[in-house]
Design a protein around this ligand. Structure first.
Ligand code: PMP
Length: 760
């Protein structure tokens, strides 16, 4: 049987329309679709008439029937909650009164499945089960979404099928469920695309409502369906796999992608009324809670009354407090009590707090009259605050030494050239590099693009493979997916385990395909987990691949030693290391250097130009086109001095103590799920992502921001990762050296207040 035998005909694609029309008449308005089977799934035969009956597992398929690479199919059944996943799904659908079930299958399996389903139908008479046959291989060619969707690990045919079904089914139906029972997942990203199509059918609110669900969760549900489950006390599954309820995504306007994730609390009447009433922020609430503990500032109420909002009638200045203020203080009291009960203030934390407090004095923004004592800045992963010595160094240069480098014979230019050279050397030393091995770029993204162009253009060709972990920042992914597009190369995305660690088995399997290039972050900006890149680089080199490390999130948290990493390139940004915007660096290893060629010419790139000839500047410097970021380099070097002065060991100790404190605190709060395993002993770099029940990440960040707690929300430029774990986005807290436990407790106050407001 050849693949061509299974080209879907129009008749096959259109068939559901007629049948659903029939079903609609018979069954009413709710329709469920199960995307259950493809070639990698052993078909299950489910007796839909009797959900309690054990399903018959039909494996392997008939003799002689082959799929894909020609091997007979015999794969394990996907289990969920102790049952084959499809059975669970069908039971759940029945419980929520879904009235029609489509079993979608590939032609290779359709005989077995159809037989089972139609056999049941005949037996039961009037069963609501339909089989839709689809050949995903043939559909790959037809999907306009093409390679983009490969990154989500999607079987294209399934998406195309879903789109086709959506087109034909949505009209007239108000409830469509898409489920899949296979490890191959339909992700929110796909549903979002589907949603865009569905929007052409404004009468329907259907597919795009989905929940945050367990990675490899077999199911994605509509909101109505999930409400049905919740009402029946069936919990959804959280991203860490525990059975805790997780938020339902609210409307189809807030489906996926950062732009769509920006509702403001003003859209939520209770949250916005609460915020309007607040006259204090979260840090102030903590201070008042402590004062109340000590019997100050509150007319001397007894400690017994602490925790009751009524016990706190005035703020520290004696002004009257609003109900919202009182609630905030009560929440703060609750958190302080719980901390005490948990024994969270250990010696390590006391040390880390002292360290953070001392460092805070070095950050002008955190001490100015608007922010001092009012702002908990917890977004250092996006940008570190500027440290005074770095600001001062930049200002000194700008005020007293501003001139262009290399070219001037006069004193000022010589001084600028010397200072710039010293700054380069200082930054190189800071990251363990030899001389002239870093090229200054605009940022990490610029450095990755430089590799994609100056190396990729010459070394990647048609059919070559590039391997990228799924959690990579878009900056470490798109330059290479675009390169692959240009060169007709392939990209394989390596998945993650539920603990937030790269699936090393999948990584090894990808290396067996002998990629030309592997790109990975030392520390991811969603999970905040240190990956074993040294070992990964070694393994990649053994199969002849080049290896790029994105060190953006590592730079300010650990002693970086680029040579010891064993990579070919390391990328980073100055602003992720307490330096200024507008500067980053690409470290280039010697072997990789020999395979690169400059992208472009101009001043900066050359030491000499003749008529029709030129001599390139030595090594990495030949990649700096035009005037380099001179004062930025000087400022960044001063930030390196600052970090070295603190000692990177001390920085790491501070990170570690506070990360534990944060994670324990988040675990304390109702409705909060931490993403990834932060109970592990290694690699705590002060970066934790999480979800909050009933609150969209952007709502949380906007709410917390109004209370003086700046944290991140959204996809963190890692949308493929979020899509793959079924998350619409996450909230993220990340530390700097100035972070203290008060900043963290203030964040907890804001999160708890937010969840309560959105729940009301
Ligand atoms: N990689 C990682 C891991 C990051 O966290 C970031 C910034 N969030 C980047 C790359 C991109 O950095 P930049 O915007 O400075 O280029």
């Amino acid at each position: 049987m050849t693949r061509e035998d299974h080209q879907p005909t129009n008749r096959q694609i259109e068939r559901p329309k007629r049948e659903v029309g029939e079903l609609h008449r018979v069954c009413g308005s709710s329709v469920g679709i199960v995307l259950a089977f493809d070639e990698s799934t052993t078909p299950l035969i489910v007796n839909f008439e009797d959900p309690d009956e054990e399903p018959i597992v039909c494996a392997p398929v008939e003799d002689g029937m082959s799929v894909g690479d020609g091997k007979p199919v015999a794969r394990p059944v996907q289990m969920y909650k102790g049952k084959p996943a499809v059975c669970w799904a069908v039971d759940a659908m029945r419980a929520s009164q879904m009235t029609a079930v489509f079993v979608v299958t590939s032609p290779a399996l359709s005989t077995a499945v159809s037989h089972a389903v139609y056999g049941t139908k005949r037996k039961g008479g009037g069963s609501n089960v339909q089989v839709v046959e689809i050949d995903r291989h043939a559909l790959v060619e037809r999907t306009r979404l093409g390679a983009n969707f490969e990154m989500f690990g999607l079987p294209f045919g399934m998406l195309e099928l879903a789109r086709g079904l959506a087109d034909s089914l949505f009209e007239g139906y108000d409830n469509v469920v898409i489920l899949e029972s296979d490890a191959v997942r339909i992700t929110p990203g796909h549903l979002y695309e589907l949603c865009l199509d569905a929007m052409e059918h404004p009468e329907v609110e259907a597919v795009p409502s989905w929940i945050e669900c367990l990675r490899r969760s077999p199911f994605l549900f509509t909101r109505d369906f999930l409400h049905g489950l919740e009402e029946r006390g069936i919990a959804a599954v959280g991203p860490n796999g525990f059975d805790r309820p997780v938020p339902l995504v609210k409307t189809r306007d807030h489906v996926f992608g950062d732009e769509l994730l920006a509702p403001s609390p003003a859209e939520h009447p209770v949250a916005s009324a609460f915020l309007d009433e607040c006259t204090i922020g979260a840090l102030e609430a903590l201070r008042l809670a402590r004062a109340a503990e000590n019997g100050e500032g509150d007319g001397g109420e007894s400690a017994d009354a602490v925790g009751s909002p009524a016990a706190i009638g005035t703020d520290a200045a004696g002004g009257s407090m609003s109900d919202a203020d009182r609630e905030l203080v009560a929440i703060a009291q609750g958190i302080l009590h719980a901390r005490e009960a948990n024994g969270d203030r250990n010696a390590d934390l006391v040390w880390a707090d002292e360290f953070g407090r001392r460092c805070k004095l070095d950050f002008p923004l955190l001490n100015d009259r608007w922010h001092k004592g009012k702002l908990a800045y917890l977004d250092s992963a996006a940008t570190c605050q500027r440290v005074d010595v770095s600001l001062q160094a930049q200002r000194d240069f700008d005020e007293h030494a501003n001139a262009n480098v290399y070219r001037g014979g006069y004193e000022l230019s010589k001084r600028a050239t010397d200072e710039f050279g010293r700054a380069r050397r200082r930054i190189e030393e800071f990251i363990g590099s030899d001389e002239q091995r870093i090229a200054f770029t605009a940022n990490t993204t610029g450095a990755a693009n430089l590799v994609a162009q100056a190396w990729g253009e010459w070394n990647i060709g048609e059919g070559d493979l590039i391997v990228i972990p799924l959690a990579e920042h878009h900056s470490n992914m798109l330059p290479f997916t675009m390169l692959a597009e240009r060169k007709r190369a392939e990209v394989e995305f390596v998945p993650y385990g539920p603990d937030g660690r790269l699936d090393q088995q999948a990584f090894s399997a990808a290396l067996e395909r002998r990629p030309k290039l592997v790109c990975a972050a030392l520390v991811g900006n969603v999970f905040g987990i240190v990956e074993p890149v040294r070992e990964m680089a070694k393994a990649a080199h053994e199969v002849g691949a080049r290896f790029l490390v994105d060190a953006a999130q590592a730079l300010s948290h650990m002693k970086l030693d680029v040579k010891d990493l064993g990579a070919d390139w390391v990328t980073m940004s100055g602003h992720k290391g307490y330096g200024p915007f507008g500067i980053g660096a690409l470290w280039i290893g010697d072997e990789a250097f020999d395979e690169m060629d400059p992208l472009g010419g101009g001043g900066g790139v050359v030491t000499h130009v003749g008529v029709g000839s030129y001599r390139l500047r030595p090594r990495a410097l030949q990649y700096e086109m035009g005037t380099p970021p001179i004062s930025q380099a000087i400022a960044w070097a001063a930030a390196c001095d600052y970090l070295d002065g603190l000692g990177m060991d001390a920085v790491a100790r501070h990170d570690c103590a506070l990360t534990r404190y944060l994670v324990r605190g988040l675990h304390m709060l109702d409705g909060v799920n931490v993403v990834g395993d932060h109970d592990r002993a290694d690699g705590q770099v002060g970066l934790v992502s999480f979800t909050v029940r009933d609150v969209l990440p952007a709502e949380l960040a906007a709410f917390a921001g109004r209370l003086g707690v700046d944290m991140r929300s959204g996809g963190h430029c890692a949308l493929p990762l979020h899509a793959s774990v079924g998350l619409i986005g996450t909230g993220r807290i990340s530390f700097g050296v100035h972070t203290t436990s008060d900043d963290i407790d203030a964040a907890l106050v804001a999160i708890e207040a937010c969840r309560r407001a959105y729940e009301r």
